[in-house]
Design a protein around this ligand. Structure first.
Ligand SMILES: [Zn+2]
Length: 203
């Protein structure tokens, strides 16, 4: 199975025909797609002005889309290296953390679905590297009250997602599924409609 970098080389290769270059860009999304495959493809198509099924897309647009994807990937991979190093040190020191975020890291290792969007047509509009950077900042800073990507306060618990993990807190403003470990216990309870928390926040 071709890796991200060899697929990226094909996207940039003027000797390949356009359909193959486009196909290779789509294959890159099987290796790294922050919003999940379909939503990330939708984002790249809109942002770089080619149609989702356009086999004659201007190759320079395909390359611009790849540049954006690759920049986001390097932000994420740098974070993964840092995370792996930190966990090694912590384990060495006998520190065990409660499961949540570690399990999430295992599931999305490599960067697929770090900011999964359940609805492929609904995702943040900022450039991918910016979105990934915001998420990485939140992972470094610990749990908060709002969406780590858009800072929106409207977070709803969804129990019928199309993809793994099938349920979880989703931002009503930008559409990303928020890793549970990035929300405080209070914010999480609020998404689940915990009445006592709602009352407490009104008081
Ligand atoms: Zn958001």
């Amino acid at each position: 199975m071709a890796g991200f970098r060899s697929l990226a080389r094909q996207v940039r290769d003027p000797g390949c025909d356009t359909a193959l270059r486009r196909y290779s860009l789509r294959k890159c999304l099987e290796r790294f797609a922050p919003y999940g495959h379909r939503a990330t493809w939708d984002h790249l198509c809109r942002r770089h002005g080619f149609g989702p099924e356009d086999r004659e897309a201007d190759p320079s647009r395909l390359v611009a889309a790849l540049d954006e994807l690759e920049a986001a990937r390097s932000v994420w991979l740098a974070y993964e290296r840092e995370f792996a190093e930190r966990r090694r040190r912590e384990k060495h020191g006998g520190l065990r953390r409660p499961g949540g975020l570690d399990e999430w890291h295992r599931r999305i290792w490599g960067g697929n679905g770090v900011a999964r969007c359940d609805d492929p047509a609904r995702h943040p509009s900022q450039p991918l590297p910016e979105v990934v950077r915001r998420l990485v900042d939140a992972l470094r800073n610990g749990p908060g009250e709002h969406c780590p990507v858009c800072a929106g306060p409207r977070i709803e618990w969804r129990s019928e997602l199309r993809d793994e993990p099938w349920f979880g807190p989703v931002c009503e403003d930008c559409g990303v599924l928020i890793p549970r470990g990035l929300l405080t216990a209070r914010a999480l309870a609020r998404t689940r409609g915990d009445v006592s928390v709602r009352l407490a926040s009104v008081a």
